[in-house]
Design a protein around this ligand. Structure first.
Ligand SMILES: *Cc1c(COP(=O)(O)O)cnc(C)c1O
Length: 246
């Protein structure tokens, strides 16, 4: 099928660029995971990407996991949540994911922990940091990140494994790198604090326009959507900006 082949070619093209960028950065390509950002993408098209070798899927809305689950549940894949999570969705999101990239408040972390205690399981989480200082983005301010991580680390069923950020929109080159360098700096600063139970090995950063810059700054997970699936009908503000929500 035409679309299936395009998705496969796009995926291979991104993999090649990840490999080339790792080479430039003197990094091992095995250190960089590709997460497919599949918001608004139909399940058949996600299935094409999985058949072409993708293994890691991220959604921004719990409802999309629910709607697509039946069509994808037979396929081998790992699901992460990458959007803004409302506390009333905690119970449902845990049916689908093994990791949440977007912890941005202690309140949310506590709600997750309560539910995980009930389920007797643990969950890997990343704290989302707003490195671009744009008001429309979720995530905690860089200054507050160490405190939040310390507090989240005390919640028994959450495992803090990394930091996540969305860089400055449409920025490339040095402007894009600044956000990613800031995130890495925060990670290094917190690592020195040696907080028990906290292991910030993952840096989830970089999207279609800026993933190469993110890899040069140490990304271990790049989240890519439109370079693989094409443009989306819905503006990203819908997913990133509270005031645009229905
Ligand atoms: C949509 C989205 C992405 C991927 O964006 P593209 O520019 O299409 O690659 C990555 N991360 C988050 C949080 C997203 O919402």
């Amino acid at each position: 099928m035409e679309d299936e082949r395009t998705i496969k070619e796009n995926l291979n093209g991104i993999r090649r660029r990840i490999g080339e960028t790792c080479l430039r950065a003197g990094r091992n390509p095995a250190e960089v995971k590709l997460l497919l950002a599949t918001k608004t993408v139909a399940p058949e098209r996600i299935a094409s990407a999985i058949k072409a070798g993708a293994t890691l899927i991220g959604e921004n809305r719990v409802q999309e996991f629910r709607d697509k689950n039946a069509a994808l549940s037979a396929l081998d894949r790992e699901c992460h949540f990458i959007g803004h999570l409302q506390t009333n969705k905690v119970k449902e999101v845990l049916k689908y994911v093994t990791c949440i990239h977007s912890i941005d408040s202690l309140h949310l972390a506590q709600k997750l922990n309560d539910r995980l205690q009930f389920l007797q399981r643990t969950l890997e989480v990343f704290v989302q940091v707003n490195t671009s200082f744009e008001k429309s983005k979720f995530g905690v301010s860089p200054n507050y990140a160490p405190d939040l991580i310390k507090q989240v680390s005390e919640l028994e069923n959450l495992r803090v494994r990394g930091l996540m950020t969305i860089g400055t929109l449409f920025a490339t080159g040095e402007r894009a790198r600044r956000c990613f360098r800031l995130l890495r700096g925060i990670r290094d600063e917190i690592a020195v604090m040696a907080i028990p139970g906290v292991d910030l090995r993952e840096l989830s950063m970089g999207m279609t326009p800026d993933f190469e810059e993110a890899i040069l700054e140490g990304a271990t997970i790049v989240r890519i959507g439109s370079a693989i699936f094409g443009g989306r009908p819905t503006p990203d503000g819908f997913f990133w900006d509270e005031k645009d929500r229905p």
